[in-house]
Design a protein around this ligand. Structure first.
Ligand SMILES: Nc1ncnc2c1ncn2[C@@H]1O[C@H](COP(=O)(O)OP(=O)(O)OP(=O)(O)O)[C@@H](O)[C@H]1O
Length: 242
């Protein structure tokens, strides 16, 4: 993989909080869908926050699409983040919530078309005028996803966005994200505890433990034949891994 083909290149990125130290190295190819999994408190959200620029490392390198972004403000990074808590405004319609992904002002006709297209893309055509309370949990997450899409950033970070949904809806949403990845050429990094929701799409996975990327591989390799006892423990498999 050369520098241009890498969407995310993290080299010995050190983050400290009080006495705790995390140290990450990870390379993600452009267009990949990579799942981050691992025990609670291992540092998965911290890693996403470092990439997005919401947390600052003390040392190391972070390049996004071949460009060093460590001095770059979050809004100027080629990244958008979708959290479990979707933060929709309850008094605004689905379309108005999505529009906020563009800017808080009045939209011009081209921007209005962009909002409508994003809502249609996530399967919400016809529900543009609904407020969050008039939508299901899954539909609300679709609105939040549409808001991320209008930001039109090539790297999509997902922090357990579908954790509150049931297994079928979760699978549907992961499938939707994967379709959008293919259509728009996105690179997707998703933190998830619900590995049952992963269809065959998650080509890559990374196991995060104790502030480190402890293992990387295909999801199948890591989940079916865990290379570390810690992964087997996390998955709740009987007996230690070979
Ligand atoms: N800025 C901060 N403020 C408070 N705690 C922090 C901060 N940065 C990191 N931590 C601590 O770092 C540890 C890792 O947190 P993080 O949320 O990254 O883990 P996680 O793997 O995402 O966990 P979970 O699966 O439970 O969401 C936690 O113990 C957290 O309290």
């Amino acid at each position: 993989m050369n520098g241009v083909e890498r969407a995310i290149d993290i080299d010995d990125l050190v983050y400290r909080y009080e006495t705790m130290e995390m140290r990450f190295s990870l390379a993600v190819a452009a267009g990949a869908f990579i799942i981050l999994f691992g025990p609670s408190g291992a540092g998965k959200s911290t890693l996403l926050n470092l990439i997005a620029g919401f947390e600052a490392p003390v040392s190391g390198r972070l390049s996004l699409l071949g460009r060093d972004v460590l001095g770059t403000a979050p809004a100027a990074r080629p990244v958008t983040t979708l959290f479990q808590d979707h933060n929709l405004f309850p008094h605004l319609t689905a379309a108005q919530n999505v529009a906020l992904g563009l800017h808080p002002g009045r939209l011009n006709p081209a921007e209005r078309a962009q909002v409508a297209e994003a809502l249609a893309h996530v399967g919400l055509a016809g529900l543009e005028a609904r407020r969050p309370a008039q939508l299901s949990g899954g539909e609300r997450q679709r609105v939040a996803l549409a808001r991320s899409l209008v930001r039109d950033r090539p790297i999509l970070l997902l922090d357990e966005p579908f954790a509150a949904l049931g297994p079928a809806q979760r699978r549907e949403m992961v499938g939707l994200v994967d379709r959008l990845r293919q259509e728009r050429g996105l690179t997707v990094l998703m933190v998830s505890h619900q590995l049952d929701a992963l269809p065959g799409i998650a080509a890559q996975a990374a196991f995060v433990a104790d502030g480190r990327i402890a293992a990387t591989g295909t999801a199948t390799e890591l989940l079916i034949h865990p290379p570390l006892p810690e992964i087997a423990d996390y998955l709740g498999y009987a007996g230690p891994a070979a």
